[in-house]
Design a protein around this ligand. Structure first.
Ligand SMILES: Cc1ncc(COP(=O)(O)O)c(C=O)c1O
Length: 414
């Protein structure tokens, strides 16, 4: 144990790993610079006057083989647009996983729907179809399926449940660009899908998002209008048909997005091959990688592995501190060491003034979010190491990451 970096020993990882935080782990260059220069020189920074947002939307729709793509300001906006499109009645219920970003639940609450958390599968940490089914009531309207860590959820089972109960399915692909489920692209299986291009994502525009769908307004409102103040601009003139925010993407973001999209296949291929190599290198270490299900292609937003606390002489949080000291870039538990429903916005109803809406709505389902609603998710949040991943990982980085993990795990094993 004296040899551990946390105890003053030598660090395994010399220098820093490629990081999403800067150019070390992001692939962008002259193409993006040229595209940005073009936008700035044109003086057209908005989709209202410039061509880039439309071009980006068409390119994204083509890549996914869908009718509609609407570019938005970020992934949370994309999910908000999807929930606004569904137009739930206040107090209607939407089922989601508690192992996801806050951006998945915020739109549900903002539209005055009740978030109902289904537990996750022990191995993939994706939402469990059996738990979804147990949580369905007369007021359930939709399921939001996050393909967490970039690995596909069990979509056949989920779509069968949705069909049986007439539920709308929103795929949260914020971490799952070009992930596949049984030969189909994640994002083309449910009714609508949402992407994020935030700094850490497979491709980035700094912040940014996209909603894709083949939907044609079955709930009486257009998807694009849900991102544009309810404004049907295509008719000419001004009108505001319903409550919706302004979630426009700028031409600057779209210009970068178009260039990043051209490179996306390569980004994803690199993430997968380096993750597969790390799994191979970790073969004998006492950790359990979180891997995609068979017949799916997972795209490794994070590289995650699980630690069994009964096998170690110190708490998992101490193991994490030792890993960080060796140079690992990661943390315990996603979205944190507690699942999403334990954060104040949900558990303490910190929403609109002192009202506690929508949780306090008369006739709405009352859920005690401070209880252990999803035991598997709570375990996952306590036992999973999430490492930031990048398309720029090289063999030497992977060797060092594996060596650091093996060193720490061996030092603390019972
Ligand atoms: C699974 C998931 N859903 C939603 C979001 C929200 O996206 P954004 O941060 O772009 O608003 C994120 C991004 O952090 C995410 O990872």
């Amino acid at each position: 144990m004296n040899n551990l970096a946390i105890n003053g020993g030598p660090r395994v990882i010399d220098g820093v790993l490629p990081s999403f935080r800067d150019a070390s782990g992001r692939t962008m260059g002259q193409e993006e610079i040229n595209a940005l220069t073009e936008v700035i020189t044109s003086g057209r920074l908005s989709f209202l006057t410039g061509p880039k947002t439309g071009e980006f939307e068409r390119a994204f729709a083509e890549k996914y083989g869908v009718k509609h793509a609407v570019a938005v300001a970020n992934g949370t906006a994309a999910l908000h647009a999807a929930v606004t499109y569904l137009n739930p009645e206040p107090g209607d219920e939407i089922i989601l996983s508690p192992v996801t970003d806050a951006g998945t639940v915020i739109p549900v609450i903002a539209q005055l729907a009740i978030p109902v958390f289904a537990d996750v599968d022990h191995f993939t940490q994706n939402i469990s179809p059996a738990s979804i089914e147990r949580n369905i009531t007369q007021r359930t309207r939709a399921i939001i399926v996050t393909h967490v860590y970039g690995h596909a959820a069990d979509m056949d089972a989920i779509m069968a449940i949705a069909k049986k109960h007439n539920l709308f399915v929103i795929e949260d692909c914020a971490q799952a660009h070009l992930a596949y489920y049984k030969g189909r692209l994640c994002g083309t299986i449910g009714d609508i899908a949402c992407f994020s291009f935030q700094q850490s994502k497979h491709m980035t525009t700094g912040d940014g998002g996209m909603v894709i769908s083949n939907e044609d307004g079955r709930f009486g409102r257009g998807l694009r209008h849900c991102t544009d103040k309810g404004w049907p601009r295509e008719r000419g003139g001004r009108d505001h048909l319903f409550l919706a925010p302004n979630y426009h993407m700028t031409e600057l973001q779209a210009a970068v997005g178009l260039e990043q999209l051209k490179k996306l296949e390569q980004f994803v291929a690199n993430r997968i091959s380096s993750a597969d190599r790390l799994t191979e290198l970790l073969g004998n270490a006492a950790v359990t990688p979180v891997l995609p299900m068979s017949d799916t292609v997972g795209v490794y937003f994070f590289y995650c592995f699980r630690l069994d606390p009964t096998k170690f002489v110190v708490p998992v949080t101490d193991i994490m501190k030792a890993l960080v000291a060796e140079g690992i870039d990661g943390f315990i538990g996603y979205p944190g060491q507690i699942p999403l429903y334990k954060y104040p916005v949900v558990r303490e109803h910190k929403t609109f003034g002192q009202s506690g809406l929508p949780f306090t709505l008369e006739g709405a389902r009352k859920i005690d979010y401070s209880s252990t609603l999803c035991p598997e998710a709570e375990l996952a949040c306590r036992e999973t190491v999430c490492m930031w991943w990048s398309d720029r990982m090289e063999e030497r980085h992977l060797q060092q990451i594996a060596a650091a993990i093996s060193k720490v795990v061996a030092a603390y094993s019972k």
